[in-house]
Design a binder for this molecule. Structure first.
Ligand code: BEZ
Ligand code: FE
Length: 297
């Protein structure tokens, strides 16, 4: 039968997914077809509206380049990235709960975002990745353990953030060099410390189609101040997360829904003087302390 009525066209498409298609692909494409058709029916979609959606997705693709990923931004601002992170976290927590001897919950993950740049310089503990950058200096320290509370030496902390005005290096044009990025290794006690800046809130890129979508939805584009970290070590599930500054605006309305209570950290303000690593600071600085726990792979 070639003529399909609105009532059966969904089933006609589903019938064309081969029985022997790769099973997970078959499951996902079946759900995509069912939900997309249900959406069209639910809103009684018109051809003009569907063309507008196709034009929008085309623009999203055309806005992507080596340093800009508008599709990730679309996924982030629609909450899909964070939903997928949460589903993965729930899976991991169930595995961790199965280990009755575990005493520490694995650190919560959040979105990676579009500004990760692989290959940040490997630096000695105590280095300052915020030197000369706009923003107030902040000293970060803490420990990485497993879920039994045992310290993990030689973990990699891959750290990145925007500057004290909320701007990332990748937003500074094609010739931009890396800044406010570094990779640190935990010491024999699983401890780390480094200097950067206290992160400031900033808007996600809003000069493209996703920005237009946010405005049409009546939404602001801002993220609360945060520093990104990827914490990894062989034998453990790599953790992609943030630390959020507890006094930042937009903690309640992050444009990408990435805030977790457990990742909100107080930044303690100090007058110029001696810092915890013995450095003498000639201006106001902050300290932020956080311990990470990695789940076994
Ligand atoms: C970020 O935190 O870098 C970010 C995350 C999602 C979308 C845009 C930016
Ligand atoms: Fe960010």
């Amino acid at each position: 039968m070639n003529q399909h009525q609105t009532a059966d066209i969904t089933q006609a498409v589903l019938d064309r997914v081969a029985e022997d298609a790769e099973p997970r692909f078959r499951q996902i494409i079946t759900a995509v077809v069912k939900h997309a058709h249900a959406l069209a029916r639910e809103v009684d979609l018109t051809p003009d509206e569907w063309m507008a959606a196709i034009r929008f997705l085309t623009q999203v693709g055309q806005t992507c380049d080596a340093k800009r990923q508008e599709f990730i931004l679309l996924s982030d601002t629609l909450g899909i990235s964070m939903l997928v992170v949460q589903l993965e976290q729930a899976r991991r927590s169930a595995q961790a709960l199965a280990d009755s001897a575990a005493s520490v919950k694995p650190t919560e993950a959040t979105v990676q975002g579009p500004f990760y740049w692989e290959g940040a310089p490997v630096l000695p503990l105590g280095s300052d990745i915020g030197e000369g950058m706009p923003g107030e200096p902040a000293f970060y320290s803490g420990r990485v353990t497993d879920t039994h509370g045992r310290p993990l030496a030689a973990c990699v902390l891959d750290v990145w953030s925007g500057d004290g005005e909320g701007v990332y290096d990748m937003q500074m044009g094609d010739e931009a060099a890396m800044r406010l990025r570094g990779r640190f290794h935990t010491d024999a006690d699983g401890r780390y410390h480094f200097w950067s800046i206290k992160p400031y809130y900033y808007p996600v890129p809003s000069d493209g189609p996703v920005g237009a979508m946010l405005r049409a939805m009546g939404r602001h584009p801002n993220r609360p101040g945060h520093i990104h970290l990827m914490v990894s070590r062989e034998g453990f599930v790599p953790l992609t997360t943030h630390l959020f500054a507890a006094d930042s605006p937009y903690l309640e309305s992050d444009a990408v829904f990435g805030v977790r209570d457990s990742l909100i950290v107080p930044y303690t303000r100090h007058a110029a003087g001696k810092a915890p690593d013995g450095r003498t600071m000639d201006k106001t600085f902050h300290t932020a302390q956080y311990d990470f726990a990695l789940a076994p792979a």
